[in-house]
Structures are given as structure tokens and as C-alpha cells.
Design a protein around this ligand. Structure first.
Ligand SMILES: Nc1nc2c(ncn2[C@@H]2O[C@H](COP(=O)(O)OP(=O)(O)OP(=O)(O)O)[C@@H](O)[C@H]2O)c(=O)[nH]1
Length: 492
């Protein structure tokens, strides 16, 4: 099946490959039928192959099924009829096979959506599926096939009851073919699991073969031991696993029964195969339901996990956004008052624990109200942003710059002596004084700042006291004419 994938792009090669698949399955079924006395059509894999051809090949699949069916039937018919009637009959029988595949395909397509539901709500959905895919198509087409054979004089010397029995075997044989190969196709579509299937531990295969060998050669009742093995396959490997295992089990059982071995052998040959089909159908139905439910659950779980990952990522992103909003001033992008205070408190503790100089500056833009009044609030906002940019560009990464409120800012200079802090304050004053904002109106806005400074002293028990001293110095700077730096000592 994997081999068919690369051929999907070349329609003629795909049609050819599907015909080959049909013919192989058809000859396989003929061989199995010949094993059974009669010969009895016990497992018609060609019916399942027909369905796969139509599902994979679409319109081209019809030609593959018809042609494949002619190739399989013609040699047998040619042995009993002249070439011309044999050709005609093979063509007609192939039409019946194509119709059967078509009906199965309709059943498959119609029920597929119900089956794909994440939790396969009711087992009856699967029963409905198989009724429309595996039972109804042969039930509607096989009587026609038998009628054609009888009209051609190939019906044999069967009485009414015998004909009914043969028809039942024919219908069940085709239903089994559809029932066994359908899951293989579904498993192929679920081919993500194939690599896992290839890594099937050898002892599973050995155990499977050992149970079959023991059931058909040693003690027939050990066949029941395949049930737990199949159960594990269904859980571990889903439909690809159960599909393949069921085909193996079916072929082995039919071969053994035909040779008089195993639990189904003995009694009327037809009855043995009927019992075998009942076993295969009930086992397969249970396993397919389990495998399907398992893979649907897995898909559902993967979808849920992907959803959880996506939501966690969204939550992390919105948490980061929230954290940013809680610490950053929306207009200027610098730290807000709360964040500045948090950092300043930390730095103060640090400076007390490992004694180091430290200063606080309080910077206030001068006559800011005038800018708002003369040029509008937007110009005021631009001035605030420009002042922040200028100040942060003049500071070290270890310094903390934050918006205290309105047009007032606070600066923390850790590990900086009083003299150095004075120089930094002067640098900030000059940086603000150098700002020149050209407005759309053509007006030019210039700003200046007054700065109050306080350096940490032994009697500064808390941050509040240090800030208050810097604030007092700022007040003196304003009183002293603005656009200047004043230290809490009172010097300008
Ligand atoms: N555009 C703008 N203006 C603001 C913002 N926050 C505060 N202001 C304004 O800043 C002005 C501050 O005015 P005042 O407290 O009188 O101070 P000032 O005009 O700078 O005077 P001095 O500080 O004495 O030099 C007020 O008009 C506030 O409305 C803001 O985010 N954007």
C-alpha cells in the first residue's frame, strides 16, 4: 500500500497499480476457494480490493476493478466455455463486481463522517457502517452473479436448498473480503502509525505464529489465545495492526480448515466455513471498534494537548504583557512609580548591607503647564517622551529612572558618590535643556528641568526620608530660578 503513494501523481500508473492489486487479491481468493472442497468462495479478498481501488483511484478505480475482474475470471471461464462467450460472461461478471465495489464505496463515504466523530459515541455506528459497506453490496450483487453463472450453464447441478446455501457462502465470502481489507485501507490512511508497526517487537509476531501453529497443529482450543494478542495489537498499533493481523488470522484459518485442521474443521464443509466467518466477524468487529476508539481517543488527546499548549503560550504572553503594564509607564515606556520604588528599596537594602554610596535625584520639567497650554496636550506628551529618552540615554544601565507622576521623574544612582551624582544630575539637566521638538504646526518647543539631589546618609533610615530630602532640594531649585541642580545641602 505504501508503494502506491508515490504513484498517486501519475494517474495511469496508479490505475495500473490498482489493477495489479485487484488481480493479486483475486487470484489469492481463487486459491483459497480451491482449497475448500466445492470450491467454496470462503474469503473473497477481491471484493475488498475493489473497494480500495475505488477509494484510492476515484473514477480510474472503476476501470481497474472491471479490468482486474476480467483478468481473474477469464482463465477460469475459458476452461469451461468458448472464448467469445467466456469473454462476454467475464465482462458481465466484472460489471457485477464493479457494481459491488461501487455500492461499498457509497456505504463507506456515507458512513465515514459518523465514524470519525472524536469519541465514536455508540458501537451501533460501527455496525451500521459494516452493514452498508460489507453486507448490503454483496447481498444486492451476488444473486445477479449467480444468476449469470446459471444462465451460462455454469451453475452446477445444485438443488434449490443447495443454491441458497451456495449463495449464502458467496455473500459471506464477499462480505468477509470487504470486512477484512476495509480496515487495512483505513489503517493505511492512518499511516502515521506504520513506522510504529514496523518496530513491532519480534516476540509479538512469534507469539502470534506460535498460537496459530498450536491451534491448528497441536490443540485446537488454544486458538482463543489469539484474542489477548489481538487485543494488545489493537491498543498498541490501532487499525493497521488489527487489519493485518485479521487478514493473517483469516488466511491461516481458512487454509487450516480446508486441510481439516483446527477448531472449525470437521462436519459439513460449508458449515465449518460459516462458523469460521462468524468467529472472524465477531473478533474483527470487537477489535476494529477498539482500535478505532483508541485512535480517535488518541487524536482527541493530541488535539487537546495542542490546545493546552496554545492556551498556555497565550497565557504566558498575556502574563508578560500584564507584568509589563504593571511596571511600565504607558506614555513614556520608563518604569512607573511603583516599580521604581520597588527597585529603589532593593538598592537601599543592598547599599546598607554592603556599604556603598547612593543618590536619589528628583527631576521636574519647568513650566510644563505652559507647553500644554500653548501647544496642546500632544506637544506636552512629546516633550515628556523626549525628556525620558534624553535622560535614559545619559544614565548607566545600573541606574534606575522612573516616572514619579505628571512631569516629575525620579532617578536612583547606586554605587555613586555625592560628587559623581552631582555630575550625573548636571548631565541630565543639560540633556533636557538640549531637547528641541519641532511640531507639525511649525512651532518649536524647548524644555528645561530642575533637579533636586540627595545622597544617602547614615541617618536616612528609609527611602522615604532620602526622597523627601531630594524633594526639598528640588523645591529650592524651583525657587532658585529653575533649570538648575540643587543638593540637599543647599548648594546649587
Ligand atoms: N501632556 C501631558 N501633560 C501632563 C501629563 N502629566 C501631567 N501633565 C501636566 O503637567 C502640568 C504640571 O503643571 P505644574 O504642576 O503647574 O508644573 P509646571 O507647569 O511644570 O510648573 P513648575 O513645576 O513650577 O515649573 C499640568 O498642566 C499637568 O496637566 C502628561 O502625561 N501629559
Amino acid at each position: 500500500m505504501r508503494l502506491l503513494r508515490p504513484l498517486a501523481g501519475t494517474p495511469n500508473r496508479l490505475a495500473l497499480s490498482l489493477t495489479v492489486l485487484y488481480v493479486l487479491c483475486g487470484y489469492g481468493s481463487v486459491l483459497l476457494a480451491r482449497l475448500a472442497a466445492g470450491p467454496l468462495p470462503v474469503l473473497d479478498f477481491a471484493a475488498g480490493a475493489g473497494l480500495i481501488c475505488l477509494l484510492l483511484g476515484g473514477r480510474r478505480g472503476y476501470l481497474s476493478v472491471w479490468l482486474g475482474s476480467v483478468i481473474v475470471q477469464l482463465p477460469q471461464l475459458a476452461m469451461m466455455l468458448e472464448l467469445q462467450p467466456a469473454l462476454l460472461l467475464a465482462g458481465l461478471l466484472a460489471l457485477v463486481s464493479t457494481a459491488e465495489a461501487h455500492l461499498a464505496r457509497i456505504g463507506w463515504r456515507n458512513s465515514e463522517m459518523r465514524i470519525r466523530h472524536p469519541l465514536l459515541r455508540e458501537p451501533r455506528e460501527l455496525a451500521h457502517f459494516w452493514l452498508h459497506v460489507a453486507m448490503l453490496p454483496p447481498l444486492l450483487t451476488q444473486p445477479v452473479q449467480l444468476l449469470l453463472l446459471n444462465l451460462a450453464g455454469l451453475g452446477g447441478e445444485r438443488g434449490f436448498l443447495e443454491t441458497g446455501w451456495y449463495l449464502l457462502m458467496l455473500v459471506l465470502g464477499h462480505a468477509s473480503g470487504l470486512f477484512l481489507l476495509g480496515p487495512c485501507y483505513a489503517g493505511w490512511r492512518d499511516r502515521g502509525r506504520w513506522p510504529r508497526l514496523l518496530s513491532l517487537p519480534w516476540w509479538w509476531i512469534a507469539a502470534f505464529i506460535a498460537v496459530l501453529a498450536s491451534a491448528f497443529l497441536v490443540y485446537r482450543h488454544t486458538l482463543m489465545l489469539v484474542l489477548p494478542l489481538l487485543l494488545v495489537l489493537a491498543i498498541q498499533y490501532g487499525l493497521p495492526g488489527t487489519g493485518l493481523a485479521m487478514v493473517l488470522l483469516a488466511v491461516a484459518s481458512v487454509t487450516a480448515t480446508a486441510r481439516g485442521l483446527g477448531i472449525f474443521a470437521g462436519g459439513m464443509p460449508g458449515l465449518s466455513y460459516l462458523n469460521l466467518q462468524v468467529f472472524l466477524f465477531s473478533t474483527g468487529f470487537m477489535l476494529h471498534y477498539l482500535a478505532l476508539a483508541q485512535s480517535l481517543l488518541l487524536r482527541h488527546r493530541m488535539r487537546l494537548e495542542a490546545e493546552v499548549i496554545a492556551r498556555t503560550e497565550a497565557l504566558t504572553a498575556s502574563n508578560a504583557k500584564l507584568a509589563e503594564l504593571a511596571t511600565i509607564d504607558a506614555l513614556t515606556g520608563v518604569r512607573n512609580r511603583r516599580e521604581w520604588l520597588r527597585r529603589a528599596t532593593e538598592q537601599l537594602l543592598q547599599a546598607r548591607r554592603y556599604p556603598a554610596p547612593m543618590s536619589v535625584l528628583v527631576l521636574d520639567l519647568d513650566h510644563f503647564k505652559l507647553i500644554n497650554d500653548q501647544h496642546g496636550h500632544h506637544a506636552g506628551d512629546l516633550a515628556l517622551i523626549a525628556a525620558c529618552d534624553a535622560c535614559t540615554a545619559s544614565l548607566r544601565a545600573s541606574d534606575s529612572f522612573g516616572r514619579w507622576g505628571g512631569e516629575e521623574f525620579a532617578v536612583l544612582l547606586p554605587a555613586t558618590s555625592e560628587e559623581e551624582s552631582r555630575r550625573v544630575a548636571e548631565k541630565l539637566r543639560q540633556a533636557v535643556a538640549a531637547i528641541c521638538i519641532s511640531l507639525d504646526t511649525g512651532a518649536v518647543v524647548r524644555i528645561t528641568a530642575s533637579i533636586g539631589m540627595a545622597s544617602l546618609r547614615d541617618d536616612d533610615h528609609d527611602l522615604e526620608r532620602l526622597i523627601r530630602r531630594a524633594d526639598d532640594a528640588l523645591y529650592r531649585a524651583k525657587r532658585g530660578g529653575r533649570d538648575c541642580v540643587v543638593c540637599d545641602s543647599g548648594e546649587a
